[in-house]
Design a protein around this ligand. Structure first.
Ligand code: ZN
Ligand code: ZN
Length: 753
């Protein structure tokens, strides 16, 4: 253990005049005033015990000095006590708890000591303490806050996003006559921005009499980070016009605003501007340029920048990796990843989440396995990504394994992880487990609530979802636009038409959330499913924003269910105007034709698809058995157990026929391209292959969980219902839109999907 040699005591009082390091100390407080008492105290300033404080590297050493100072009586002089306090509160060896205890022992803490501890707490784990100290100081009435007290208090308020408290501090600063102190005003800009009150931040900014570069930086950063990138760029132009020279900090914020607008041209201009004006380009700024090119989607510019960089750190490598993945070239991304000199968890996370978000969940999970073999340890970000990959695959065993992993490694369950776990269990078909996690979470943010509402919605528990929506508001959590999508989705899946209309109509007037295209899509879905097709069309025609393809898609889907040929064709045409290569639209329309027995039109549509070289996304069903995902395409014979699967299928077909099951021939185009023997083709649908495989490879009472990439077809739906009785098996099938729980011959969707 390191100890410090403490020199013998010499009588420092003998020194005629103290030597001062400087007139101001680290908090910028002038300690060189005319008070005689203070002069005497300064006699201690070059006491060896005090100069040792600067050399302290361990808490242990600090405690020794503290003990020594107590013995010498040095501690009872405010100046030396405040030196000790500063070291324990602000130095690299700091220990705020110890500092606070020390502070409580100081007989008459001076304003400098108060400021020191207020400052330490403001950036410590419990910023509220800054306010407690402040009120303690006011109550004692010995000191008035000075211009150094306020910025630290404002910092504490920013950390807490405590708008009310911050406003009070702002008011006090004004009353104290410090309303034009640029340091205080700059911290107020930052504070209001951190409370998302950009307008208040701007108000402070415009009132600053002599703005310095920090003022400009604060306001530009506020707008860039507060999702008003255009305003940030306007402010930058204004700064230019006022001949205020920007620095590297300004440019980092300007680049982040460019990245958000995605304006590559302007981004290039900013890059040139930096070079032309010879702005100090350290690593942070180079990385910001790289990040801007990545977010604006220019692999070429990013690559040029990366090559030119004199120094690179983990952030540079990771950003470049993201750029490769974003360009869609995953082979190049993987090569680049392998070439990273010292990969840290951030680089792993970048590639794992890139795979996961580009619909390659299997690759994401494979990389996660690779990660565990190396030195890097997964963090919260990794786990959120892999849980989402499990959700996409419906890989419950894997998801559960990750849940156990989280518990075993004592990961703190933050909102992101809770949300991901709820989402994973819901999407893997275990709603009960999702509810369990939801209920055991002590605190819930809007995303946790929304995820649970979505879980209930996709399992057809519409009423329960609405109950939760009401309960959430009782808990004073305000819904956001995601919540509303999920609530409307719940109404749609459960056929709650009036409820859906009610909440949709309340969105803007009561909750201040303007309906987006997805909300209109849900509403069209709700009306359409209920057969109120004209009303749905009216809603689309009255939309205040241009309808996206998804909105027409919802109407087309409803027309398929209700066999409305005219409106269906109309919706399909509008949809194809927006998305000419939407294979789903062709399939849905051809389903309407097939339902009406218009086989000529079906053939015509198929020819059209062929002519423009459009291929229907092949149906694919996957099933997880013992942690391994098995995938089946239509008519797939690639599985090693193919022979067994097909003989099981024959057996199933025989048993279905024996109870009078009639194949539904109108569903053929759902999955096959070419004219084939229709009945046989139906038997080869991917979900049937997966069910057959599930029956032969899982225990007799285990539920069979299947995930299908497209909407389940009517024939497979009817077959699955019967299979659930004939084989006494629960089948949980997740299709593109919802869950189907087949049990005892019926489905949880009530044949409504
Ligand atoms: Zn089918
Ligand atoms: Zn169903």
């Amino acid at each position: 253990m390191a100890t410090i040699h403490i020199p013998p005591i010499s009588f420092q009082h003998d020194h005629p005049y103290p030597k001062l390091h400087s007139k101001t100390n680290i908090s910028g407080i002038n300690i060189n005033n005319n008070n005689n008492y203070e002069d005497k105290i300064r006699n201690f300033s070059d006491h060896p015990a005090l100069s040792l404080l600067d050399k302290c590297t361990q808490m242990m050493q600090l405690k020794q000095i503290h003990a020594h100072m107590l013995r010498l009586g040095l501690f009872f002089h405010p100046y030396s006590a405040s030196r000790l306090l500063t070291t324990s509160a602000l130095s690299p060896t700091k220990n705020i708890e110890y500092a606070h205890k020390l502070f409580d022992q100081i007989p008459h803490p001076n304003i400098y000591s108060y400021n020191t501890l207020i400052r330490a707490h403001a950036s410590g784990p419990d910023p509220k303490q800054s306010f407690f100290l402040f009120s303690q100081m006011l109550n004692q009435g010995l000191h008035s806050p000075n211009k150094f007290t306020f910025p630290f208090l404002i910092k504490a308020a920013s950390e807490l996003s405590a708008l009310k408290e911050g406003k009070v501090v702002h008011g006090m600063a004004v009353k104290t006559g410090l309303h034009s102190d640029v340091f205080i005003l700059n911290s107020l800009i930052h504070f209001y921005a951190s409370c998302l009150s950009l307008d208040l931040a701007y108000k402070v900014f415009v009132k600053i009499p002599h703005r310095d570069v920090v003022s400009w930086n604060s306001v530009i950063t506020a707008f860039a980070q507060g999702d008003r990138p255009e305003a940030a760029l306007d402010l930058f132009r204004e700064m230019e016009a006022e001949n205020m020279k920007p620095n590297d900090v300004t440019m980092v914020s300007v680049l982040s605003a460019c990245a958000k607008t995605g304006d590559l041209e302007f981004g290039r201009w900013v890059h040139c501007y930096i070079v032309r004006n010879e702005i100090r380009t350290e690593l942070i700024l180079s990385n910001a340029i790289l990040d801007m090119y990545t977010k604006c989607g220019s692999l070429e510019d990013a690559h040029n920048m990366f090559d030119k960089m004199l120094a690179r750190d983990s952030v540079s490598w990771t950003t470049m990796l993201v750029c490769y993945a974003k360009s869609g070239d995953f082979t190049a991304a993987r090569h680049f990843f392998d070439a990273i000199p010292s990969r840290d968890i951030a680089s792993w996370n970048a590639l794992i989440s890139a795979y996961e978000q580009s619909g390659q969940p299997k690759e994401a999970l494979a990389l996660f396995n690779e990660l565990q073999l190396g030195d890097s340890k997964p963090d919260h970000v990794t786990l959120v990504s892999v849980l989402s990959a499990c959700s996409q695959l419906g890989a419950m065993d894997l998801g559960q394994w990750i849940h156990t992993y989280i518990k075993k490694h004592n990961f703190r369950l933050n909102f992101h992880l809770i949300t991901s776990l709820i989402d994973m269990y819901s999407k893997c078909g275990d709603l009960e487990k999702a509810l369990e996690i939801f209920q055991s979470a002590r605190k819930k943010d809007v995303f946790v609530w929304s995820a649970m509402i979505a879980g209930l919605a996709m399992h057809g528990r519409g009423e329960a979802a609405i109950d939760l929506f009401l309960q959430m508001q009782k808990d004073t959590v305000s819904p956001n636009d995601v919540t509303f999508t999920n609530v409307l989705c719940a109404c749609s899946h459960a056929g709650l038409v009036e409820m859906g209309k009610l909440y949709f109509s309340q969105m803007l007037p009561i909750y201040g959330i303007a309906p987006k295209a997805e909300h209109y899509g849900c509403m069209v879905d709700i009306l359409g499913r209920a057969g109120r097709l004209e009303e749905a069309l009216e809603l689309i025609e009255k939309m205040t924003i241009p309808p996206l393809a998804s909105v027409w898609g919802a109407l087309l889907g409803a027309c398929t269910i209700h066999g409305n040929l005219e409106l269906g064709e109309h919706a399909c045409n509008r949809l194809l105007e927006l998305e000419p290569r939407n294979d789903g639209a062709y399939v849905l329309l051809s389903n309407i034709f097939a339902k009406r027995g218009k086989w000529d039109d079906v053939t015509r549509l198929r020819k059209m698809m062929k002519d423009i070289g459009l291929k229907k996304e092949p149906g694919c069903s996957s099933i997880e058995v013992d942690g391994v995902i098995h995938e089946f395409l239509v008519g797939d014979i690639s599985h090693p157990l193919s022979v067994k699967i097909y003989s099981k299928l024959e057996e199933i077909a025989g048993r279905l026929k024996s109870v009078g099951f009639e194949p539904n021939r109108s569903q053929v185009l759902q999955d096959v391209e070419e004219e084939e023997a229709k009945e046989q083709a139906l038997n080869l649908h991917s979900e049937k292959l997966a069910i057959a495989f599930g029956l032969i490879s899982t225990g007799p009472r285990a539920p069979i969980r299947i995930v299908k990439n497209l909407r389940v077809c009517g024939d497979c739906h009817s077959a699955a219902k019967l299979i659930s009785t004939l084989y006494n098996r629960e089948i949980v099938l997740r299709d593109r839109y919802r869950f189907h729980h087949f049990k005892n011959g019926s489905c949880s969707c009530m044949d409504y999907w």
